[in-house]
Ligand binder design. Structure first.
Ligand code: NAD
Ligand code: TYD
Length: 330
């Protein structure tokens, strides 16, 4: 296929691009603004196989340039970190909502199939059981609220204009190339460096973990087989309390439990996420990587790829870290 992948230089987008180029021989254009989270290095092994357009999805001219000749748009581009959405929601509104609108207009003008990459966080928190696609949308953070707004706009383009839209909602992803502001890569790098491991609140919040290649395959499945107008939950095979995740990372890295530090909780912190993947499984997708295996692979990748994360840890990330956690890194 001739695909426009927006946000293809980010963590999940770059994994998806790699899968499409290698396994499907797709003709891929990446449109990415290269924010702090987007890096050409994430595409290092496929950069010569894709067309790269540097620009924002909220900019119609960049979108028009990138969409030329494409058959479908897959939108990963977003501001994605809940903590940053709490300290500064504006960029989330511009990219996640306005940007999605510009992409939908481009798809409508050209009659393109449109896949929106979304998140379990649109459903809010659930004490027990799992969310299905018909669960109410009850986002709690500015991040999840803007993702929900985007999902509703996407659905409206199906209902109003008959645009071929499909939404794929993933649970928490982990794997190589994830920016170290998120729980798993942050804990791995701090564990390896002998730094503190900052656990929010009581550490008993639960997340449903999905290996990034499984999500990439799930999105590809929705692109190929998803019914227009529908949403599909792509839930991981295992859930785990945060403190247990950190203890597993300590075991895998040889760090010490004394590095754990309980810090002030995140405001409005969702207690538990859980997605039922039954609808996507009925379409033929299934997660292949269990949490234990995927976590070990991820720790090995960070251990072996210091070239990728050293420039991040020594740059603007240090300032973010000190501002957010109130302590120096390293
Ligand atoms: P990421 O932060 O690693 O990457 C986001 C990418 O989007 C970066 O390359 C960034 O440069 C780009 N970008 C940001 N603003 C842009 C703009 N205005 N125009 C063009 N590009 C822009 O995020 P990720 O973890 O790879 O998430 C990708 C998508 O998957 C997001 O839509 C996110 O909501 C969704 N998602 C993430 C998770 C997760 O656990 N990380 C789970 C479910 C869904
Ligand atoms: P995160 O990776 O930010 O993903 P999300 O908030 O989208 O689920 O956080 C995952 C969980 O880990 C969440 O419950 C918050 C917690 N957490 C910590 O305890 N310490 C940290 O330093 C970070 C970044 C997250």
């Amino acid at each position: 296929m001739r695909l426009l992948v927006c946000g293809g230089a980010g963590f999940i987008g770059s994994t998806f691009v790699r899968l499409r180029v290698r396994d499907h021989g797709d003709d891929v254009t990446v449109l990415d603004k290269l924010t702090y989270a987007g890096r050409r290095e994430n595409l290092q092994d496929v950069i010569d196989d894709v067309r790269f357009v540097h620009g924002g999805i909220e900019d119609p001219a960049s979108v028009a340039q990138a969409a030329a000749g494409c058959e479908a748009i897959v939108n990963f581009a977003a501001e994605t970190h809940v903590d940053r959405s709490i300290s500064g929601p504006e960029a989330f509104i511009v990219t996640n909502m306005q940007g999605t609108h510009v992409l939908l207009e481009a798809a409508r003008e050209r009659g393109l199939r449109y896949v929106q990459v979304s998140t379990d966080e649109v459903y809010g928190s659930i004490e027990s059981g799992s969310f299905t696609e018909s669960s109410p949308l009850q986002p709690s953070s500015p991040y999840s609220a803007t993702k929900t707004g985007a999902d509703l706009l996407v659905s409206s383009y199906f209902h109003t204009y008959g645009l071929e839209t499909v939404i794929c909602r993933g649970s928490n992803n982990y794997g190589p190339y994830q920016y170290p502001e998120k729980l798993i890569p942050l804990m791995i790098l701090n564990a390896l460096a002998g730094d503190h491991l900052p656990v929010y609140g009581d550490g008993r919040n639960v997340r449903n973990w999905l290996y990034v290649e499984d999500f990439g395959r799930g999105i590809g499945h929705v692109l190929a087989h998803g019914v227009p107008g529908e949403a599909y939950n792509c839930g991981g095979p295992d859930e785990c309390e945060n403190l247990e995740v950190v203890k597993r990372i300590i075991d895998l890295t040889g760090a010490d439990e004394t590095q754990i530090e309980f810090v002030t909780d995140r405001p409005g912190h969702d207690r538990r996420y859980s997605l039922s993947p039954a609808k996507l499984e009925a379409l033929g997708w299934k997660a292949e990587v269990r949490f234990g295996e995927g976590l070990a692979t991820t720790v090995d990748w960070y251990r072996e790829n210091a070239w990728w994360w050293e420039p991040i840890r020594s740059g603007a990330y240090r300032e973010y870290y000190e501002r957010h956690y109130g302590r120096a890194l390293g």
